[in-house]
Design a protein around this ligand. Structure first.
Ligand SMILES: [Zn+2]
Length: 288
């Protein structure tokens, strides 16, 4: 555990390059959120009704949640808060790739996805609503592939705030209602398309206050952080991506992007993954 905390602390220096980094000014208006999986459900497939008719308790309504969170003043802001999960158990690596959508963010890195498929490396993909709307074909293919878990990367790709705080120049959600809708609207979209609710969420820019983190849990999703910034917000060269992956500590959640086919991300993963597999490194989806 001490080792993991060290990993997390070391990663913070790179966190500024998570999606929505300053250099990507074209994407400033278009940040996405990631989808969660169902923590109490099976790792894959839609939850089946219990034979005896027992059901999990109904989630609180939007009004109930907003009543509960009205007037709460957050004290924290960032990518590494309590409730934001940066690691996975048992020394595995959890590769996560975001598709942020919006202007300059609607691309699809088919080569990167092809590399993961060829090497049979599972991953969790965080999809923003706008990317889903712009990529119906790739979305359908990814949704049908059990190698991938699909998570919620938000509706408008906003930092998740209850007071409108910004990250990388992207304005966060203004209040609890906006934060709720940023999570819930894309959750509803993905649930309708997939036939099951996502279990994991990652906000656009991966920034939160602690009230917003608690609000995500009310909707039944866990918040995916990261311990390793694998592609510097899709700015790294292939060599930088490969070196970063090679150095990833066991247990790390790695954040990268699959919506920038011209970035170094795909080639970096193609270079790094064979050696990691040869070394016996194990890869998991977040719900695994
Ligand atoms: Zn993003």
């Amino acid at each position: 555990m001490v080792g993991r905390r060290t990993v997390v602390a070391a990663a913070l220096g790179l966190a500024a390059a998570a999606c929505g980094a300053p250099r990507r000014t074209a994407e400033r208006a278009a940040v996405g959120a990631a989808a969660p999986d169902a923590p109490s459900g099976p790792p894959s497939g839609p939850p089946s009704p219990a034979p005896g008719g027992t059901r999990p308790p109904a989630p609180p309504t939007r009004e109930q949640v907003l009543d509960r969170y009205a007037g709460r003043a957050p004290q924290q802001w960032g990518t590494d808060l309590p409730g934001v999960v940066p690691t996975v158990p048992d020394g595995a690596l959890a590769l996560t790739f975001d598709a942020c959508g919006g202007p300059g963010g609607d691309g699809y890195d088919a080569a990167l996805i092809g590399t993961l498929r060829r090497l049979r490396v599972p991953a969790t993909l965080f999809l923003n609503s706008r990317w889903v709307d712009a990529n119906p074909g790739p979305f359908a293919e990814l949704a049908a592939d059990p190698l991938f878990e699909l998570g919620n990367h938000g509706t408008a790709h906003r930092p998740l705030s209850v007071t409108g705080r910004s990250a990388y120049g992207i304005t966060g959600t203004a209040d609890p209602a906006a934060a709720y809708d940023e999570v819930a609207a894309n959750r509803a979209k993905l649930t309708a398309l997939l036939g099951r609710a996502p279990g994991w969420f990652r906000a656009g820019t991966a920034h939160y206050d602690e009230v917003a983190v608690a609000l995500v849990a009310e909707l039944g999703e866990r918040v995916a952080g990261f311990a390793v910034n694998g592609d510097g917000g899709a700015t790294f060269t292939p060599g930088q991506v490969a070196a970063t992956l090679a150095a990833a500590a066991p247990g790390s959640i790695v954040i990268s992007h699959f919506n920038h086919p011209d970035a170094g991300t795909g080639e970096g993963y193609a270079r790094a993954l064979p050696a990691l597999l040869d070394a016996g490194r194990r890869f998991v989806r977040l719900s695994d």
